[in-house]
Ligand binder design. Structure first.
Ligand code: J2J
Length: 535
């Protein structure tokens, strides 16, 4: 079932269009204005970006990609990311947005689900060899006919095409309507299986356009993309797409480190940036960049994980620009504090829904609405919220109510002004630096390792990460588990680095709840206690 996007409150200059048409429209509207700047100072105007993308789209069409195909984009924040993303949309191919820090296990599982025709990779980044991974994926996934690399022509082989060298005659315009899937986003895991979120042209266009209006984006703005552009927050809330819609400039940074970000802010007079709380914390606590001139900043958005009120206040005091909290989910619903909200609302709450048509229910364990002001699970339905995951009937039965509300798994309450406050979550997930990790997935990966009898993963409050991954392992014998050995084995097995546990503890006896289940709350307490006494 598709979400209803008709009659959304849009201004006349934001007439909805399929995403593959947006870039041409922006090039018409904003021509020579700068669309993109990368960290080495290279610039692209809207017209230049559009030109390159048309070339690449023709090349992809000539290489056999067709509207409706899937293609996985696995790229950091480079020009290549934007070329690939827009060229795919232009052909009508559906991009599957992998995160740059995902590794073999994740990519393999996503490919099995999405069956992409093409895989877009960067040249070597850091220590990771994407080409070898791509070759392994080609050997395993029959659907994968084309690997496109954003790199030097010398890497070109029969199986690997180079992004900027793609050529072809003009690419036909695909036939699409607002209800067709435009992009497949990654869902934060709650099970051992990956899930993909089908966002439509209509709902996604609304997502970034209405968000851009709400957040006061305009053509003078400069948005710094430090978090991965493949993530819904950076991509479309309002993010880079919202910036382009208004004719602003996006500065891209492959790394999120302050050493890179601060000089970029100063040099390009960045006005807007989106951060997760652990990164925001580094921004306010870092003394080394006290000398950087951040006076161009007008708005810092923070979302993806709980922002402590103390840190929120510090951000306002230290950076001295406006703050906005964003409570969003790739499944749809976006809540924002408003720019003109009282400071207390901005500091204490996670804002209210973007659309007047967003429906929010706060319910108890039996799906009954809780009394106003009390905490319960957030259920939501609305014009840009999905009604089901991609090819996941079993998961959909538990993630959505019969009348189409998405069960967010978040525990929230609503204040008298309709602002939501996120109190916690009931889903079995760890939020590490804003990245969502399923405890079931970690437990499964570890239980397959030699010497492990059973494992239980919990998220433990952490100064630096927000939450760290702690795994308790009951060994098969009486030997204590060697954490280093476990970490190495997980990495060698292709587990993405950010999912490798930060803390590993041996346990011989599980604390149990009254219902005789492993008591994860007590495990969190044990994890904190053991960390505090360990050298
Ligand atoms: C507490 N928890 C939050 C917040 C998200 C904008 C911003 C964030 C995301 C995102 C996004 C939170 N306080 N401010 O897609 O467009 C947790 C909740 C939520 C889950 C969704 C966007 N903001 N969360 O984080 O799909 O648990 O989207 O259900 O990655 O992150 O994760 P994700």
């Amino acid at each position: 079932m598709k979400a209803d996007i008709s009659e959304l409150p849009m201004s006349t200059c934001d007439k909805p269009m399929p995403l593959g048409h947006c870039l041409a429209q922006w090039a018409r509207n904003y021509g020579d204005r700068i669309a993109l700047i990368n960290e080495t100072g290279q610039c692209l105007s809207y017209a230049q970006l559009h030109d390159r993308v048309e070339h690449i789209a023709s090349g992809l069409h000539a290489a056999g990609l067709r509207a409706g195909d899937h293609a996985m984009v696995h790229m950091p924040n480079t020009f290549g990311f934007f070329y690939s993303f827009f060229a795919l949309l232009r052909v009508g191919v559906i991009p599957v947005m992998a995160m740059p820090n995902q590794r073999e296990q994740d990519i393999d599982a996503l490919m099995a689900l999405a069956q992409p025709t093409a895989y877009f990779i960067p040249d070597d980044v850091g220590e990771h060899d994407y080409l070898t991974l791509a070759q392994r994926m080609q050997a395993r996934h029959e659907s994968l006919r084309l690997v496109v690399m954003d790199g030097d022509v010398e890497h070109e082989t029969r199986n690997v095409q180079i992004l900027t060298a793609l050529k072809g005659s003009a690419c036909p315009w695909p036939e699409q309507d607002g209800r067709d899937t435009a992009v497949l986003l990654l869902s934060g895991g709650t099970t051992g299986m990956p899930k993909l979120i089908p966002r439509t042209h209509g709902d996604y266009f609304y997502n970034f356009t209405a968000s851009a209006r709400l957040c006061g984006f305009d053509r003078e703005m400069v948005f710094l993309a430090v978090l991965p552009a493949a993530h819904n927050f950076t991509l479309a809330s309002p993010g880079v797409l919202g910036t382009f819609q208004c004719g602003g400039t996006v500065v891209t940074s492959v790394s999120a480190s302050c050493d890179e970000a601060m000089p970029l802010i100063e040099k390009y007079k960045v006005t807007h940036v989106a951060l997760v709380p652990p990164l925001a914390k580094l921004w306010v606590e870092g003394r080394e960049w006290e000398d950087s001139d951040l006076s161009s900043l007008k708005l810092i958005q923070v979302g993806g994980a709980r922002l402590e009120a103390g840190l929120a206040r510090q951000l306002v005091d230290v950076i001295g620009c406006k703050l906005q909290q964003v409570f969003g989910m790739a499944e749809g619903l976006l809540c924002y504090t408003r720019l003109d909200d009282p400071l207390n609302t901005i500091i204490q709450t996670q804002g209210r829904p973007l659309s007047p048509k967003d429906e929010v229910r706060i319910v108890d364990e039996d799906d009954h609405d809780v009394p106003e002001g009390q905490a319960g699970q957030l259920l939501t339905r609305g014009p840009y919220t999905i009604r089901g995951y991609f090819r996941a009937p079993v998961q959909n039965a538990s993630s959505f109510t019969e009348d189409g509300f998405y069960r967010s798994g978040d525990l929230v309450r609503r204040d008298a002004n309709g602002n939501l406050i996120v109190e916690g979550r009931i889903k079995e997930q760890i939020n590490r630096c804003g990245e969502k990790i399923s405890t079931a997935e970690i437990e499964e990966a570890i239980s397959l390792l030699h010497g492990v009898h059973v494992a239980a993963a919990v998220g433990v409050p952490d100064e630096l990460l927000g939450e760290r991954i702690c795994v308790f392992i009951k060994p098969e014998g009486s030997q204590t588990i060697d954490p280093l050995h476990i970490k190495t084995a997980l990495r060698e097995g292709g587990l993405s680095d950010y999912k490798v546990p930060d803390q590993i503890e041996t346990i011989f006896e599980w604390p149990l709840t009254a219902a005789k289940k492993v008591d994860k709350r007590r495990l969190v307490a044990v994890a904190l206690q053991r960390a505090s006494v360990s050298p």
